[in-house]
Design a protein around this ligand. Structure first.
Ligand code: ZN
Length: 502
């Protein structure tokens, strides 16, 4: 069973999504690492920029077959050939709505053109897949006729396309069964009815051996079927191997960053909460048997189990989470920790393990060993370009950096990242942490108001929320950010011995 990824083509057609050539190359490399069989790199007819990007993916020399989308005209196929791709998806109308209203043609004409296009592409040595657009709303006899024409002309495969996410599993099964009798068949499903995975699986059961998908399900309207969901469902339910499952989470984050489409917390496989347990009963059960409330271990898809603390956290959960980080507390301290965890959660905050460590430290009045500390900050917004410089202690070594930005806070944040990244050692990884949220509260009124800045930062699977108060908003922001970076590093160390040994 093989998977085709169309994140770079269909995925990018999602409203508001645009990836740079660099980002597309990153995504293509991540797809190849995961062992995706076919990568649809773009649509060569879109423009010179798109063709440049497709060529760039071709030049990466990946193991995957790299293809381009082509409308049903020979000039599109020629543009794809110019990009040096291995194959092409020729899209021809299949439903009468598309045949008659969109293209102004007839069924017979479409079948003839399809054969000509396939021969043309084959003449250029391309792997050819014919996609019958809107196939799920097409007359099945005609869809068969189209597939027959494609195969007779030498197409490698025909794709059943549920272009508007209209079909259900029974129809998908029937259509693909009939198509698979004629030759190799693919399936392309969309999630408008929330049935994209179901329809993909029904297609596979009916004989499809190539599933089109996008990472995180990004795509037009409700999106395409999610690659990671198809992969895990096939593996977990049917023992069918497709891609390297342990790469799925990295792949998801790469695409979330490139597309700026955040992962929904409850998303299967890749969501923040997919392997998190908060409620007292579930946490208790999970502590007794890790598999109690999980279908498969998180490591399967490159993740870690998290016992999340929140308003349902009880003493057992908090104590276990602290013990995981080697922190012991007495009964009174534990009670105070639980109360403060619940309080933070009541304010609608995620409570992470880094937050928990901060709370425990505070309750026990301990000073922790810092890896990154702010020594000095100077920021100016008087000139035309806001500028800031910082002096940090990083693992005991002083570092100075400066930056510019849209405002003094932005400039200072740039400077901090610069100082942290400059090292190239184990702290440098903190520089790529993302600022997930930034919130300012004025505590007192007037011009000398004290402000509290709360930042939430993320690195990989880990987030931390840190607040800092100061009379100066830039200082409060930078202090909070530096503290958050430090806590992300320290939390990493606590769970990753490889880092601690550095
Ligand atoms: Zn599509």
């Amino acid at each position: 069973m093989r998977l085709l990824d169309t994140t770079l083509r269909d995925g990018e057609q999602a409203p508001g999504v645009s990836m740079s050539p660099d980002e597309k190359a990153d995504v293509a490399r991540a797809l190849d690492r995961a062992g995706v069989d076919v990568i649809e790199a773009g649509s060569a007819c879109t423009g010179a920029g798109e063709r440049e990007t497709i060529r760039r993916v071709v030049d990466l020399d990946l193991d995957a077959t790299v293809t381009s989308f082509a409308r049903g005209v020979t000039s599109d196929v020629d543009l794809a050939v110019d990009c040096g791709v291995d194959g092409v998806h020729v899209v021809v109308p299949a439903s009468d709505r598309h045949v008659e209203q969109k293209v102004g043609s007839t069924r017979e004409e479409v079948a003839e053109t399809t054969a000509d296009l396939v021969e043309h592409a084959r003449d250029h040595g391309l792997w050819v897949e014919v996609i019958g657009e809107d196939g799920s709303r097409a007359d099945l006899d005609f869809l068969e006729r189209l597939a027959e024409a494609a195969h007779e002309a030498g197409a490698d495969r025909f794709c059943f396309a549920d272009t508007v996410g209209h079909t259900g599993p029974e129809h998908a099964y029937e259509a693909v069964s009939r198509l698979a009798d004629l030759g190799p068949t693919s399936t392309h499903t969309h999630d408008d009815l929330g049935l994209a995975v179901t329809n993909a699986l029904a297609s596979v059961a009916a004989g499809a051996d190539l599933v089109h998908a996008t990472v995180n399900g990004v795509g037009e309207r409700a999106g395409n079927v999610a690659l990671e969901e198809v992969a895990i469902a096939l593996a977990h339910r049917y023992g069918v191997e497709t891609v390297e499952l342990t790469e799925l989470y990295d792949l998801a984050r790469t695409v979330a960053d490139a597309t700026d489409v955040p992962l929904a917390p409850n998303k299967a496989v890749v969501g923040e909460n997919a392997f998190a347990h908060e409620s007292g009963i579930h946490t208790d059960g999970t502590l007794k048997d890790e598999r109690m409330y999980e279908p498969y271990p998180p490591e399967t898809v490159g993740r870690e189990r998290r016992l999340v603390l929140g308003k349902h956290t009880g003493r057992a959960g908090a104590e276990a989470a602290l013990a995981e980080h080697g922190v012991e507390v007495d009964d009174d301290e534990l009670q105070e920790v639980v109360a403060r965890v619940q309080d933070l959660a009541e304010r609608n905050k995620r409570v992470t393990d880094a937050d928990l460590l901060a709370i425990a430290e505070d309750v026990q009045g301990r000073e922790r060993d810092r890896r990154i500390e702010l020594l000095e900050l100077a920021a100016t917004s008087g000139g035309r370009i806001p500028t800031a410089s910082v002096r940090l202690a990083v693992d005991g070594e002083e570092r100075v950096a400066s930056g510019t930005g849209d405002g003094p806070v932005d400039a200072a944040v740039t400077a901090v990242r610069e100082a942290v990244a400059g090292s190239g050692d184990s702290t440098a990884v903190a520089a790529d942490a993302n600022l997930e949220s930034y919130h300012v509260d004025a505590i007192t009124g007037g011009t000398d108001a004290v402000v509290t800045v709360e930042v939430e930062m993320r690195r990989g699977d880990r987030t931390v929320t840190v607040a800092s108060s100061d009379g100066d908003i830039t200082r409060a922001s930078v202090t909070a950010m530096v503290d958050a970076l430090d806590r992300l590093l320290v939390a990493d160390e606590a769970t990753d011995p490889a880092v601690a040994d550095d």
